[in-house]
Design a protein. Structure first.
Lengths: 107, 464
């Protein structure tokens, strides 16, 4: 066990607790955007993909890294766009106007 | 300040925006802004990464990185923008799967990169976990996608000895991990990747359509954990934080979903629920009488109500009847009738799916009630209108210990003065269980396509 590993483990454990604390406050009405939003967040693997492609020494590493960047980009971009689309639809009731109006209430 | 410190600070900023985004999801008001903040944080992290030094020099292959990003973005944007809201679960599944695939690839590539330096055992273990979990998530999500997209049957796929075969595949994967840890061989890493992909497929095949909300949450957690494992390998706090947050969220949701089904997680994953449609379905039913009505009867009942609770299920989305349902609610509200929607946590094909489908139809989110709240409203409601739901209102879950869904929390439609049940036929719901509520003297059944029926009801209510 090195100190570095211990430091990462600390971050891991604290993140678990912070994550559970925050996420248990999400109302069930927003569970789909939560899934999709957290989906976008794990797209941060793109950063890792960039690092492995950017340090690739062999052709095989290049090919794998290239694929990883494509997949990571799909994950990030798709995740955020879908989540935004979903959240855009959640509208509050507008006083005295029929809710058919598509203008936004909450930003 | 050194370059590396600055980049690490920017990563810290990104990690903070991710937390803010999840916090923003605490209410529909701030959720969208939170998502935008996280997207910005992600952009900052990506830009900062371009300036990072790896192994003492700047990133190589910057052109290739841009090309790959371009390819990814050009596929992702139109797909994400234009896909139907009902197809959202499979889209989330596939975006989740590619993330898992990326994590597995990152772990493999990093392993090849560092293996000449004789990495410590724990580093190899991190790599192996990243490959295993990432690949299971990738192939599992692909099968979940195929099921949801109806490229294959949504029913559980079972074959003799399935559980034994799955167990053997799992044991082989573990054996490979131990062998690689001892020997440090790269070629076995490819075998592990293959076995992990098979494991993902084998694991998802026996899980049926209605259990998919649990499955998708779990696969999301897997990808998060795979990303965290890659973060350990690469020495990136950002990846560890983000991956762990997602892992925690996925596991929490998975538990919530299985609780909402009144079943344990292992029962959801391993029992191939719903594969056997019980033979008693046809038999026991015929002798009993149900009361059926016409759309006009419905409009009369609704017109005299002062409080109506609508209980939608996935059948509503299948019939594409969300919009006409919302129209009905508006017409009723214009007459001074209170209207609420009672949303069961597992209604739909992913956690909270029904809320999104109704939000798409412009239903204000204040009208969407969670189960407990809905049940207290139902006790004073004049009419419960069940559209496309079945198992989630089945009183057997509360009263009949022999029922397979016994213990599942339900929406108590039978608390209302009258129950209107819009149904396509007498066919039982996904679980294949007869629904006692159909024979309740309070209940009126209206057979037919939900969209047609609701359109007629709207016309009749308007005319009255």
């Amino acid at each position: 066990m090195t100190n570095v590993l211990l430091q990462y483990a600390t971050v891991l454990v604290l993140s678990i607790f912070v994550g559970i604390e925050i996420i248990s406050k999400v109302p069930s009405i927003l569970h789909t955007p939560l899934m999709s939003g957290s989906n976008a967040i794990h797209g941060v693997i793109l950063v890792g993909s960039m690092l492995v492609l950017g340090s690739a020494n062999t052709n095989l590493e290049e090919v794998l890294g290239f694929l990883a960047v494509i997949l990571g980009t799909l994950n990030v971009v798709g995740g955020f766009v879908v989540t935004d689309r979903m959240l855009e639809m959640f509208k509050a009731r507008k006083p005295a106007t029929p809710p058919t109006k598509s203008d936004e209430v909450a930003s | 300040m050194s370059r590396e410190t600055l980049i690490d600070l920017l990563y810290l900023f990104s990690a903070t925006t991710f937390l803010l985004a999840l916090k923003g999801l605490g209410s529909p008001k701030h959720a969208r802004r939170g998502n935008a903040v996280a997207a910005f944080g992600m952009l900052v992290a990506i830009v900062a990464t371009f300036f990072k030094y790896v192994d003492g020099h700047a990133l190589h292959h910057v052109g290739l990185i841009f090309l790959a990003m371009f390819i990814g973005a050009i596929i992702a944007v139109p797909t994400a923008r234009f896909v139907q809201m009902t197809a959202m679960p499979q889209l989330v599944a596939i975006f989740n799967g590619v993330g898992g695939g990326a994590a597995a690839l990152v772990s493999i590539t990093e392993f090849m990169h560092i293996k000449s330096t004789n990495p410590a055992t724990y580093v190899t273990l991190e790599v192996l976990l990243g490959v295993l979990i990432g690949a299971v998530s990738f192939s599992g999500s692909a099968i979940a996608f195929a099921k949801l997209q109806e490229l294959m049957t949504g029913r559980p796929i079972t074959y003799p000895g399935q559980q034994i075969i799955n167990a053997v595949v799992g044991v082989v994967a573990l054996g490979l991990i131990v062998t690689i840890l001892v020997q440090g061989s790269t070629s076995l890493l490819w075998v592990l990747l293959g076995v992990a992909l098979v494991l993902g497929v084998a694991f998802v095949l026996p899980i049926g359509g209605a259990d998919v909300p649990v499955l998708i949450s779990l696969l999301n957690a897997f990808t998060g954990l795979a990303v965290a494992a890659s973060g350990f390998t690469l020495g990136s706090n950002l990846l560890i934080v983000a991956g762990t947050l997602v892992g925690a969220s996925g596991i929490l949701l998975t538990r919530l979903m299985s609780k909402a089904m009144g079943r344990s997680l292992s029962n959801v994953l391993f029992s191939a629920f719903g594969s056997v449609i019980t033979a008693s379905v046809g038999g026991g039913v015929e002798g009993r009488s149900v009361r059926s009505g016409s759309p006009e009867d419905v409009s009369v009942l609704l017109g005299f109500a002062s409080k109506v609770v609508i209980i939608p299920g996935y059948g509503l989305a299948v019939a594409q009847a969300q919009h006409v349902l919302r129209e009905l609610a508006e017409v009723l509200e214009a007459k001074g009738i209170q209207v609420f929607y009672a949303i069961h946590p597992v209604a739909g094909r992913m956690p909270g799916h029904m809320n999104v489908l109704l939000a798409e139809a412009n239903v204000p989110y204040e009208d969407l009630l969670e189960m407990d709240e809905a049940n207290s409203e139902l006790s004073t409601a004049d009419v419960a209108l069940v559209v496309g739901a079945n198992d989630t209102v089945n009183p057997a879950a509360a009263n009949d210990p022999s029922s397979p869904i016994y213990g599942m929390p339900i929406i108590h439609a039978d608390l209302a003065e009258n129950v209107l049940f819009l149904k396509r036929s007498m066919r039982p719901g996904f679980a294949g269980i007869d629904n006692e509520l159909l024979y309740n003297p309070k209940t009126t059944l209206i057979f037919g396509d939900a969209k047609d029926t609701l359109t007629k009801v709207v016309a009749a209510v308007k005319a009255s």
